[in-house]
Design a binder for this molecule. Structure first.
Ligand code: DHB
Ligand code: FE
Length: 288
């Protein structure tokens, strides 16, 4: 059966991708941020996952406000990176894990989740940036991806507890999947930021640091919080953080934190990263 070998979390700020495109990685502004991801990149190189399930929100690129699914799952052969208006980026398309996607969608339906099914869709910085942060800039991505879209843009957005529950269903789908593939799950978005309105520019480093602790040690607390509490604590766009609960819900109750990093501000955002493994079944490294 397939195996979940780790849960990763990261911010997905678009200017991180722009910094890579412009060769700014080692400038004084960006180097401390990017250096924080080196252990995460090493973990991925060492553990060599076959499939990455990436939970993210589309930012008005593939869905607009006229039609927004609460939850959507991709089941395409390939996901092209969306051009978000600055021209095409030099990153390869993402290869899909089509068979697993259908298996997951079926498992969701059996567990009373009813996602939108996407056989053809492009993906924006919500997935591009996390993939670059953990896998760098390969000529071809060494993992196949399963994109899960969560609406955290057009109110009403889903409950944090519902995201957590979806993660549990994801875990079941992975463990019932009859291959020996190694899966990682990535929660993306956040941490605190607000890009609009009276609180534009709001960040909350104290709450961000507490979140990076709680996501490992007390995820139930984070799942019990209301949507309003997410907005209040992390900002209107910081409510993206509830997507990390899908990743966390797929993990065991007890996890080991392998790596963690926090940097503020990246653009207008408190930027965080975490790498977790299940405490009882740590993932063996794979020989090169
Ligand atoms: C920023 C952060 C995001 O998560 C996003 O989706 C867009 C912009 C920012 O800080 O600039
Ligand atoms: Fe975002």
């Amino acid at each position: 059966m397939a195996k979940l070998i780790g849960g990763l979390g990261t911010s997905h700020v678009p200017s991180i991708g722009a910094a890579i495109d412009k060769g700014l990685r080692d400038t004084p502004d960006w180097k401390p941020f990017f250096d924080g991801y080196i252990p995460g990149q090493d973990w991925v190189k060492e553990h060599k996952p076959d499939v990455a399930v990436v939970i993210f929100n589309d930012h008005g690129n593939s869905f607009f406000l006229d039609k927004v699914p609460t939850f959507a799952v991709g089941c395409a052969e390939e996901y092209r990176p969306v051009d978000e208006g600055w021209g095409p980026r030099a990153i390869p398309p993402f290869r899909g894990a089509v068979d697993f996607s259908w298996h997951f969608i079926d498992t969701l339906i059996e567990n009373r989740f009813d996602p939108m099914i996407c056989q053809e869709i492009e993906v924006d910085h919500g997935i591009q940036v996390p993939m670059e942060l953990f896998w760098g800039r390969p000529a071809e991505w060494p993992v196949r991806v399963v994109p899960i879209f969560v609406n955290v843009i057009q109110y009403p957005i889903p409950l944090p507890s519902r995201c957590y529950e979806m993660g549990r269903v994801l875990r079941r789908a992975i463990e019932n999947y009859p291959t020996d593939e190694r899966f990682v799950v990535l929660g993306t978005g956040g941490l605190s930021h607000q890009l609009q309105g009276a609180r534009a520019g709001f960040v909350n480093p104290e709450a961000d640091r507490a979140f990076l602790n709680d996501i490992a040690t007390d995820p139930d607390k984070l799942a019990r919080m209301s949507r309003e509490q997410y907005v209040e604590m992390f900002g209107s766009e910081g409510a993206e953080l509830m997507m990390w609960l899908v990743m966390r819900g797929a993990m065991d109750r007890d996890v080991v934190v392998r790596h963690k990093h926090y940097f503020v501000p990246a653009s207008m955002t408190g930027a965080g990263m975490i790498v977790m493994e299940n405490e009882k079944t740590p993932s063996p490294a794979v020989a090169a």
